[in-house]
Design a protein around this ligand. Structure first.
Ligand SMILES: Nc1ncnc2c1ncn2[C@@H]1O[C@H](COP(=O)(O)OP(=O)(O)OP(=O)(O)O)[C@@H](O)[C@H]1O
Ligand SMILES: [Mg+2]
Length: 214
């Protein structure tokens, strides 16, 4: 059995990650590929417990490196309990956020030392990287407006952080994508959901076409 492929969606609040994860799982199913949808922080029972510490409460609850350590602890549970076993079974894994979010939010956005974050990542998951990362990019105000509408005012901890932080994290995602062009594809997420889904499909075909027809 061939190992599955690991695809991650990244981007700021309201970019459409969760929407496109669902759609890609459906698209793959139509092609006869079994894919599991998962998310970070979370995606495993212990990681979902840690998630609550991260997405609820006051925006200033954690010091940036502490916050990154919580994300990384959750990630360890996620990859060990969920991602790696599924890939071994031959399933594809589609994750709503992964390690780039830690680098973008806690590194670029909140100012934790980026070399330290990279070292911690290697310590915990080694050289494991996604086969493809889709960075959904859109203006900060549009993303926050979409997320605000969806949540009808009851926004989460990250949505409540200031706009300057959200601008830095958008730039962070773009910088990560520029530094790893073989892995990352930036997509215009200000388009409608069908257009974004079509762009996702094209990127998957271009990067993982052989596996798709395999
Ligand atoms: N391309 C799109 N155009 C317009 N609205 C969209 C688009 N994609 C998603 N939406 C809507 O915008 C809101 C946010 O989308 P979604 O929850 O998929 O984003 P997200 O990136 O997962 O957000 P978060 O970071 O808050 O989890 C939802 O109400 C969704 O229906
Ligand atoms: Mg989401």
């Amino acid at each position: 059995m061939a190992r599955g492929r690991f695809i991650t969606f990244e981007g700021g609040e309201g970019a459409g990650k969760s929407t496109q994860v669902r759609r890609l799982v459906e698209t793959l199913a139509r092609r006869g590929i079994e894919a599991v949808a998962t998310r970070e922080p979370g995606g495993a029972p212990g990681a979902e417990l840690i998630r609550k510490l991260l997405v609820d409460g006051p925006a200033s609850r954690w010091e940036p490196l502490t916050e990154a350590l919580l994300h990384i602890a959750a990630r360890r549970e996620h990859v060990v309990c969920t991602v790696w076993p599924a890939l071994e079974r031959g399933q594809w894994v589609i994750s709503d956020r992964f390690a780039d979010s830690t680098m973008a939010y806690q590194g670029y956005g909140q100012g934790a030392d980026r070399a330290t974050l990279a070292a911690l990542h290697r310590l915990v998951v080694g050289e494991f990287v996604p086969d493809l990362t889709l960075v959904l990019d859109l203006p900060v105000a549009l993303g926050l407006a979409r997320a605000g509408e969806r949540d009808a005012g009851g926004s989460g901890r990250y949505e409540r952080m200031d706009v300057a932080m959200h601008r830095r994290l958008r730039e962070g995602f773009l910088a990560i994508a520029r530094s790893e062009p073989g892995r990352c594809v930036v997509l215009d997420a200000s388009l409608g959901p069908d257009d974004v889904a079509a762009a996702v499909e094209r990127a998957v075909r271009q990067h993982l076409g052989a596996a798709l027809h395999g």
